[in-house]
Design a protein around this ligand. Sequence first.
Ligand code: FES
Ligand SMILES: [Fe+2]
Length: 417
Amino acid sequence: MLPKEQNELLTRTGPGTPMGELIRRYWIPALLSEEIPEPDCPPVRVRLMGEELVAIRDSRGRIGLLDEHCSHRGTSLFYGRNEECGLRCIYHGWKYDVDGNVLETPAESPEGDFRNKIHHPAYPTHVAAGIIFAYLGPKNRMPLFPKYEWTQVPLNQTYVTKCLVECNYLQGLEGECDSSHLSFLHRTFNPSPGQALYQLDTAPAYETEETDFGVRMVAIRRLPADKQYVRVSSFVMPLSGCIPAGGRSGELDGFEIHTYVPVDDTHTWRYDFGFKRSRPVREEEVHRRKQIGPDYRRIRNLRNNYLQDRELQKTSSFTGIEDFLNHDACATESMGSIYDRSKEHLGVSDKAVIALRRYLLKVLKDFQEGKEPPHLIRDLAKNRFPHIDSIAEIIPASVPWRQHFRHLSETANAEIS
Ligand code: FES
Ligand SMILES: [Fe+2]
């Protein structure tokens, strides 16, 4: 269990909160590129950690992420005119460029430099892997954009989806660090060979270790014939879980990155990126897309009980709910908007969740004492991350996973616990 004060500390992300200020030091997903597909397209609303923003793509294709409320008297710029390299407020015609410079104040006298005295809040952005990332922290502390493997492969070898999760971000993120639920929540009664592995041993051994990027989590399931199924996943600062898709060769070579971005303290955007190292992604592989409507809300949601089918629950799957995306949402949203973790009872299967919380609390404490948070990239030469690989493989029971996956240990810097 987590005392109420610590629960508050980890779950509140609005401006000025410790966790909110910590997350603002990193590049985080703000929206998908497809939401503003072409120059001068309509602005879209973006809510990030309680901040109301609008995103635009201007006439030259440049992206702007601006405070939603006009610096004049607060009218929403969502209704504005995106024209000739700027966003114009519909109330009195003030016009802003993507950097927040005030280009025109047509209701004011043309003399004087009134407009130059005002700067509209705007955040830097960076496009990678079909996502528009934003940096919401202090300008002078902005890190390099991390060159993760999944941002370096050709776009047709990647996929991305986004959907709303109606609860606090930490509930979703903890699910990514919880290998135990794979044996239950996502169980089908006619499993594929891969799924069957999770049912052979429902109480795996867990190892966790702190690294330079966050926390590595290893679930080890015993298999017959002196084999073991080793599943390595990673929590990457500040909001991502990296999940294995398979091994390091063939069809499944690559992994997934699930990022939980707070909209506010009770809503979260879940971004699922995936990539293949050696081949294009086929459209039918991204089956979760069918679960999400054009407004990025899931069709099966809290209000319709995820369209749970009690007959299917008897005959076909553990939940009677279609698709793992909805399983995860049901498990985490049904806890309530912000779960009171002082009521929980943690077991040994929660070891990785405990490691995640311990790590975040330690990072927060150091941050509040003025220390630089981990995994902020400032050195070009260190902007590469082969050790954030996430893998699941069957290996001989006698071989330690660390020996089998040597590349993971290269920069790990802490003890196995
Ligand atoms: S409120 Fe936007 S120009 Fe007046
Ligand atoms: Fe899951």
